[in-house]
Design a protein around this ligand. Sequence first.
Ligand SMILES: [Zn+2]
Length: 297
Amino acid sequence: MLAAVCLTAVVAGCAAPAAQPEPSPTGGASAALGAVPLKVPGLARQEEEGSGEADARQADAARAALEAAQRWGLDRPPLKAPPRPATRTALTPVQGVKLKDGRPPVVFRVPIQEKVVFLTIDDGFEKDPEFSRMARELGIPVSAFLSDYLVRDNYGYFRDLHQQGVEINNHTINHRNLKVLDYETQRQEICDQQDQLERQIGVRPRLFRPPYGEYNDDTLRAAASCGVQAVPLWNEEAFPDHMEWRYDDRTLHPGDIILTHFRGISDWKATMPDLLRKVVNDVTAAGFSLGRLDDYL
Ligand SMILES: [Zn+2]
């Protein structure tokens, strides 16, 4: 409910309401605390027992998570993703996975059992420092797919995001519909962005997403030749006020990939933190955690 209140306020151009405290740059969370009684299971018990350093550390971590959740106006702290899997998921031709010899797999849903979903953010137009601070303070794993023409004016923003653990992936140089381009031009769009991301950010991504989700066999062949290992698409698209679903059951499934974009007030009449708040609240309420896509795919 808080997110809806906040969004309405943002749309109306109002300041954030009292129940939605603006995060303070000095990290002064204390004023915000107590405004909304959030509960962390086990926190009180751990504090009472105080049995050993591990318990104390756990209690500190839980308290920090609770404070961060309150600071950013979440309904409750996000669920912690399971530890990074020892090996990446073996892909078989199940629903949500398209396989062909010599081509990187196209994946709408990572075939896992755990209640983990993945947040992927495309393009790179909006470069909001509050978003990077929010993702960092909440410990939310994010996978970015960057198109050079939108980010070349400020690669530094994404270098910093990468420093704090955001995965950087390839979304071509010019964000053209690859399907209408010949093989060589497609290859330039993809390979040149691999080179650019390596030069600018120091990563040569394993993952590539074609603009608009549009691709043909040449796209996959070209991507393979540029070193791409997998082509994640998506099952849900997130907006600051709603989710769009690929399937009629309108629910999250283990391994679902959620798409959204680096956008802000000019497109959405809402901010990147509004978007992230909505996604994290929905994902947490459904009993899911957010994972790091590159660990699984
Ligand atoms: Zn795009």
